[in-house]
Design a protein around this ligand. Structure first.
Ligand SMILES: [Zn+2]
Length: 385
């Protein structure tokens, strides 16, 4: 694995503290103020296949501090853009569709805004292909004006979160479903040449000049072609934006210091929330999903691995803003049913069981130390908000 420009992931020492143990159990870093994660649902035998040792709760180990050196700037690029003392720190999220900014990283966005930082959300597409997922909004006048309705929803969500918002201007590719899957519509975001979409994002980055950028990992987080393209364009723009020779008419070069991937839907978090609601005697919205994991693990003869734990490098305490996150989500009325599982875990249970929003540090041009609890770790000089 290399750490130079163009690599998709931060180069760091092999992470043993969260790796599956030989006995099939999984260790998990303990969050401040929370109980160790019990890595099993109620019935341990269901977690591991019959021929594997049953998973069990393991005491959390204190995570050792892990220094991460700064990735060197690429040849010919401008120096990394560091904040001056007293300068406002700037965060920019690149998302695929309107509503993604409210389901991933929204509470930390609201928290950083409340602290006086600048947060910008870029929506690569207009979300034109999204289905109406809230029966109460499935009305002819909404269907007929879906693009305009979604723009108004996005404006309201941005207002709730306190973020600046930019449309990148590409057209939603839609989620192809069926067997065989239909072809993507001509001209959609996933089919636009990468150079073209990269240029559009570089222009925004050079205008906003963020210190930190977030996006999705290579998988997109889930297999929507726009989410995968969102990753590709974000990484390509992160590599190009600091090079004055690339897109010279798109503004003066600027090099953000860090790139993160969202890790809001880790298995560890889902498992912990599932256990927490069951412990309260409440119905869990995750039962079916965990059952699927169990069945897949059983079929493959492998124990469930809380696989994304190895990628939770950065946990931002954000529980005080979970209610704001939910209000932003509800603003996307065509996409979110307020009676759905999104909102069925009480906020106090969430705050107690998993009080953070989580990210993976993918690239860093400044030195930092893992684990982090702030996207701006290594970037806050004395006196900077
Ligand atoms: Zn999306």
């Amino acid at each position: 694995m290399c750490s130079g420009p163009g690599s998709g992931r931060l180069d760091r020492r092999p992470d043993t503290r969260r790796a599956p143990r030989e006995d099939g159990t999984v260790t998990t870093e303990q969050l401040p103020g929370t109980a160790p994660l019990a890595t099993t649902p109620a019935t341990p035998a269901e977690v591991a296949p019959a021929d594997a040792a049953p998973a069990e709760a393991v005491p959390a180990e204190a995570a050792p501090a892990e220094p991460v050196p700064a990735e060197p700037a690429a040849a010919g690029h401008v120096a990394v853009g560091l904040p001056e003392p007293g300068e406002q720190l700037r965060l920019l999220h690149v998302h695929a569709h309107p509503d993604d900014e409210s389901s991933k990283g929204a509470a930390s966005s609201a928290k950083y805004v409340a602290e006086g930082l600048s947060v910008t959300v870029v929506s690569c597409t207009g979300g034109e292909a999204g289905s109406i997922l809230n029966a109460a909004m499935d009305r002819p006048e909404v269907v007929a004006n879906l693009a305009a309705v979604r723009r108004a929803e996005m404006a309201e969500a941005a207002r709730v979160l306190g973020v600046d918002h930019v449309w990148l201007g590409f057209v939603d590719s839609g989620l192809p479903e069926g067997d065989p899957k239909p072809e993507l519509p001509a001209g959609c975001f996933a089919l636009v040449p990468l150079e073209e979409s990269t240029r559009a994002l570089v222009e925004v980055l050079r205008r906003v000049r963020p210190h930190v950028v977030t996006t999705y990992d290579e998988s997109g987080g889930y297999p929507h072609p726009d989410h995968i393209r969102c990753h590709e364009v974000s990484v390509a723009a992160f590599d190009a934006v600091g090079d004055p020779a690339r897109f010279p008419d798109a503004g003066p070069a600027w090099q953000p210091a860090k790139l993160y991937y969202h890790r809001s839907f880790s298995r560890s978090r889902i498992m912990r929330l599932h256990e927490a609601v069951e412990a309260r005697g409440l119905p869990s919205p995750y039962t079916d999903r965990i059952k699927e994991w169990l069945e897949k693990a059983e079929a493959e003869g492998e124990p469930i691995v809380l696989d994304t734990d190895a990628q939770l490098t950065t946990r931002v305490p954000a529980a005080d803003y979970f209610a704001v996150r939910d209000r932003a989500l509800i603003a996307h009325a065509t996409q979110i049913d307020p009676l759905s599982g999104w909102f069925s875990v009480p906020l106090d249970v969430q705050a107690e069981a998993w009080p953070t929003e989580d990210f993976e540090l993918a690239r860093s041009l400044v030195a930092t130390t893992l684990p982090e609890h702030d996207l701006f770790a290594g970037l806050r000089p004395e006196g900077t908000a």
